[in-house]
Write a protein that binds this ligand. Structure first.
Ligand code: UT7
Length: 350
């Protein structure tokens, strides 16, 4: 016979007590961000390193993308290794014991294997024995998608303590002969710890205020891998129509932030920190200009980390937190666009 946990005995369910608070009380259950962490592989590859192998130059890469270098995973270093290495400092900074975690949502397009979910291997590596664990695949928007899923589960009372992770080894799906793509990406992982908490209703209360998700599959062929663990029967490489992606990235990411602000009855000047997906400094600056956000309020890590797909947002946010750029009460706007196209945004009151 299965033994019931203390929480189950209290609620009669495997899930924590559901949301019994409403706006009428002036308070609501929200997901509070209580910790964050990041991991980048040791091995750094500079633009000059690449220029020795393919027909490119440091000057071209910097001018067109802002990228100076990228971290590349060591042989045998997997997405799960990077993810677990990011989760450990995230849990430490949150003061959360791994056993408290009851949900792991991991965003990746480079899972260790077709199945099981990489999240389950991360769970085992962290010594977590009772939690729901699964992967979310929305390419570079994956972290915003994963955050949305976790936030909804926490607010519904289906989880109390969640790890939301973005982790990638894009170096394994790059065509290292294709200078149009291989110079753009890197490997890395970042994680946030969410905890269920009671917060002031509305946009002034701490926690995740909203997530907005979008997709338009008519752009499937603009950014894809031509094989892999799908049903095409061949190993594949990343293929991208760069300018097509660029155009949609600026428009859709900026619009997703505007939609989020409107939904929360907030305005552009309310943004304290903009954390956009890190693909190209020109895209990041264009979004900042369109949203009239001063450059000192825009986080840019693409220069030293390149595009780590689903990992860029938690990596950038952790970088900002560690550098003292985030203070209690700040409004943080996050936005991403990736293959599919998928895109989305999230607002957090820190
Ligand atoms: O995370 C998912 C989202 N991804 C993105 O947001 C990426 C969006 N796209 C971009 O960031 C840009 O389109 C790129 C950085 C990929 C390309 O920049 P671009 O200004 O659009 O350059 P382009 O593709 O128009 O290429 C210009 C020239 C071409 O040569 P020609 O035809 O003018 O002679 C390319 O062959 O630059 C050449 N080129 C390069 N030259 C040196 C392309 N890649 C390289 C390279 N080194 N690595």
């Amino acid at each position: 016979m299965l033994m019931k946990t203390e929480s189950e005995q209290q609620t009669g369910s495997q899930y924590p007590e559901s949301n019994t608070f409403s706006k009428q009380d002036g308070v609501v259950r929200k997901s509070l961000v209580v910790g964050c962490g990041a991991y980048l592989p040791e091995n750094i590859v500079t633009n000059d390193d690449l220029a020795q192998r393919i027909d490119t130059s440091d000057a071209w890469i910097r001018k067109r993308t802002g990228i100076r270098q990228r971290h590349i995973a060591a042989d045998g270093e997997l997405t799960s290794d990077l993810a677990a290495a990011a989760c450990k400092p995230a849990l430490e900074s949150a003061g959360v014991d791994p056993e408290e975690v009851d949900l792991i949502v991991l965003a990746t397009s480079t899972p260790d294997n077709t199945f099981p979910a990489t999240a389950t291997r991360v769970q085992a590596m962290l010594g977590i024995t009772r939690a729901a664990a699964f992967d979310v695949q929305a390419v570079c928007s994956g972290f915003v998608y994963a955050l949305s899923v976790a936030d909804n589960m926490v607010r519904l009372g289906q989880a109390n303590t969640a790890l939301v992770v973005g982790a990638e080894v894009f170096s394994r799906i790059l065509d290292w002969e294709d200078r149009g793509t291989c110079v753009l990406f890197g490997d890395g992982a970042g994680a946030l710890v969410l905890k269920s908490g009671i917060s002031e209703a509305g946009a002034n209360g701490r926690g995740i205020l909203s997530t907005h998700l979008f997709a338009d599959g008519t752009h499937y062929d603009s950014l894809y891998v031509d094989g892999g663990p799908g049903t095409t029967g061949q190993a594949g490489f990343l293929r991208m129509a760069g300018q097509e992606v660029y155009r949609h990235a600026v428009h859709n990411m900026a619009e997703a932030v505007e939609i989020a602000l409107e939904a929360n009855e907030l305005n552009l000047p309310d943004i304290d920190l903009l954390v956009p997906h890190q693909a190209n400094i020109r895209i990041i600056e264009s979004i900042g200009r369109r949203l009239s956000v001063d450059s000192d309020k825009v986080v840019a890590t693409v220069g030293s980390q390149a595009n780590t797909s689903a990992a860029t947002i938690p990596l950038a946010l952790t970088h900002a937190v560690e550098n003292g750029r985030v203070k209690s009460g700040d409004l943080i706007a996050m936005t991403a666009l990736g293959g599919g196209f998928t895109w989305g945004s999230s607002l957090i009151r820190w």
